[in-house]
Write a protein that binds this ligand. Sequence first.
Ligand SMILES: NC(=O)c1ccc[n+]([C@@H]2O[C@H](COP(=O)([O-])OP(=O)(O)OC[C@H]3O[C@@H](n4cnc5c(N)ncnc54)[C@H](OP(=O)(O)O)[C@@H]3O)[C@@H](O)[C@H]2O)c1
Length: 216
Amino acid sequence: MTLRLVLAVSLDGRLAPPAGGAAQLGGAGDRRVLEEALAWADVAVVGAGTVRAHGCSCLIHRPELLQQRQSRGQSPQPPLLIASRQPEPVGFDHSWRLWGQPLQLWWLSSAPLLPAPPKGFERQLALESWQGLLDQLNSEGHQRVLLLGGAQLAGALLHEDLVDELQLTICPLLLGGEHSWLPAAARPHPHHWHLQEQRPLGEGEVLLRYQRTGNS
Ligand SMILES: NC(=O)c1ccc[n+]([C@@H]2O[C@H](COP(=O)([O-])OP(=O)(O)OC[C@H]3O[C@@H](n4cnc5c(N)ncnc54)[C@H](OP(=O)(O)O)[C@@H]3O)[C@@H](O)[C@H]2O)c1
């Protein structure tokens, strides 16, 4: 099974501007590779903070990618697991685009689960440990897991050394501020990462894809 973290980051390693909010750092090239990563995935995982900032999630639009998924017998979009420490969504608004998007939403919570999934969610999963979640997904046949951020979630999974691949779009911006793509308190394992792919995406953006080597 493979867990791939996908982020668009500035030259100074930020994933959002100093004011935070709904960050859109990447251009058309980043959008393209994000859709390719979504098309690769069996499921996607995102932090509730990112959903609160955007009120929606990213979708695959390109017909050839949707076609590839259909020919593999997959749903058009990978189910989206929204991770939270709350038993139900807090600060989620009824007016968000999220509710109208063609996405299966799964609530992923480290709090004790309620008797039924929250409204708008097809499933709820207990997050007792990240390894346990990955084992459960694997046993259900979901072997390609895409982590869409944000920083807190990236930090949690890197801390447990569960990220196999890092896919970063480097965007030609200097943002400053506190929103590094890993929280300052994160303590990821000191692996070397093996460069698997580097690809100019146009408009000064570069895709870098690294694989964890296991060597520290
Ligand atoms: N540039 C990019 O590619 C990119 C990608 C993603 C996000 N972003 C930006 O990043 C910012 C949001 O990132 P963020 O770090 O603030 O938020 P985040 O990681 O998306 O979400 C944080 C929330 O996730 C839940 N959570 C965190 N750790 C958890 C754990 N171990 N177990 C269970 N739930 C957990 C908590 O939700 P509850 O509060 O509900 O308990 C927490 O408040 C936004 O500005 C967004 O635009 C940028």
